[in-house]
Each structure stands twice: as C-alpha cells, then as structure tokens.
Design a protein around this ligand. Sequence first.
Ligand code: ADP
Length: 304
Amino acid sequence: RVVVVGSANVDLVVDVPRHPGGGETILGGDLRRSPGGKGANQAVAAARAGGADTSFVGALGRDESGELLLASLDRAGVRTDLVERVEAPTGTALITVSPDGENAIVVAPGANSHVRIGAAQADRLAAADVVLAQLEIPLDVVLAAAAARRPGAVLALNAAPSRDLPDEMWAALDLLVVNEHEALDLAGGPADPAGTASPDPVERLAAVLLERVPAVVVTLGGAGCLVAQRGAAPVRVPAPRVDAVDTTGAGDTFCGVLAAALAGGSTLVDAARTASFAGALAVTRPGAQDAVPTADEVTTFAHP
Ligand code: ADP
C-alpha cells in the first residue's frame, strides 16, 4: 500500500518560443488546462504502475479545477476518499514550455495550504508500506504524516521544490529523491567531503546527503539517476534515449513508480530501473498526469 501526501494543482500550460525574462511579455501558443501538482501526479503514477493500492491525501477547492483533479485521480485508480474539499481555490500552476521541452513554473498553492492529517488520514497512513511526500504542502503536514506511519513503513520525500529541512524531518526520512538542483541545495553547495574519493560530483553530493538520510536517489534527467545507500557502493541507473516533448511530470512519474515498486517488494535499485523507464516515457508526452504511462506500457518499453 502506498499513501501519497501532497499537492494537487490544475496546470495552465502555454508553449513559448523561449521563457520570458523579468518585465518581458512573450506571445505563446494556445492555453492547455490539465491535472497536475506533484502530489496528485505522483499518486497517479503510483496507481498506474499497477499492483499498489494507492491513496492520495490532499485538498481541493470546491471549484471546477477540483472536479478536474478528482476525475483524473479516479481515472487512474487512486483512492480519493481522504481528499478534502476546502474553502480556497484549487492550487494552480502557471507553466511555460520552451521548444526544447524545458519548463518554467509558478505555483499558487490555494487549497494545498489546507491539507491536514486528521484521524482518517492517520489511520490510512498507519496501514501504508510506503508514504511518499513532496514540499508543495506545508512542512508540518509532512511531519504529521511521518509521525502517523507505522514502524517499518518507508517514508520517502521528494524534496521539491527544495527548501531547508529541519532536523526532525531528516531524522524521520528513510529515502530522499531529488534532482541535481535540489541535491545541491540540500547539500549546501558542491560537496567535497573528507573520505569520499569519488571524482564524480553527483556521487560526492549523494555522499553528503547520506550523512543525514539512509538512502538517496538523485535523478539526472536524460542521464538517468544515481542510487546511493549507506554501506553500499552507489549505482548509476541509465535512462533510455527518447525524444523529449514535455519534461513536466517526469520527476513525479519517477517518484510515484518508485514508491509503487518499493511497496511491491522491489529493491531500491530495481525500483529505480523501472521508474527510470516510466520517467523517460513521460517526457515523450505532453502534460503531467496525462503523460503518466501504465505498467504495461513501461514493461513493453523496458523489454521490447
Ligand atoms: P525533475 O523533473 O524532477 O527535474 P528529472 O528531469 O531528473 O526530474 O527526471 C526524472 C527521471 O525521468 C530521470 O531520472 C529519467 O529517468 C527520466 N527522464 C527525464 N528526462 C529524460 C530524458 N530527456 N530522457 C530520458 N529520460 C528522462
């Protein structure tokens, strides 16, 4: 069982010839409106990965965007009984996508500021094998979710968007999943710790993070990811070569599929291999939740 605690946003997406700078106006393509938000995306990815019973703990406004998100979560087979409807607009992300598939994003949190861990949410968390959270909701909620899980359940944090984490958060974490920028932020800059002879800057970063958390996965876009665990040699997992159309949701697909594989009993390295194929497929399609592949699609892609 997987419980994803996090944000749900409606994504307002415009293709642009390039991202605007400060004070600049740019004409883009037609507006697209699609279900997103790191939490909801990751829940959809975990559910579509198959096998895992996936619940989403989040908050939506009583508006049309909230309906759009509920429909998307339902379609993917996510359990939505713990999603609360609140008196704030559904979270909204303003996204521009440049021709190389790179995106720039501003989030208005809205309802996401009102996510809470009540008795029902705590019960579901206590029955989870993997609890997966991100940082688009208040940190207190992530801490409350961590406290509600049973001993032995894995708490995985996708530390995005990155921010400083208190000691209490580090102490609760079993697994950190970050991209290279987030890894740099959390490690406090390029790392050169004593005792790590690795010439690879990503391995050095991971070594710094391993001082605070037992396992780290650093995702590296088209270069795949690095899996680092205390007491084991770091493992590079390559990503298959694909034509990037829209990188929105690649990291979320990766995290959700990783969590589902872990809940299914996979080792972290095997889970990262499956997640890497799923993340690569997601960048070949537009949208966030709409781009998440099914388990069958991932299997066919990995073993053609
Ligand atoms: P984020 O979106 O959080 O920055 P990444 O860009 O590192 O995360 O992507 C997450 C995962 O998705 C990667 O580890 C990889 O498996 C896959 N992925 C992302 N971009 C590409 C790409 N251009 N080609 C192939 N796989 C990709």
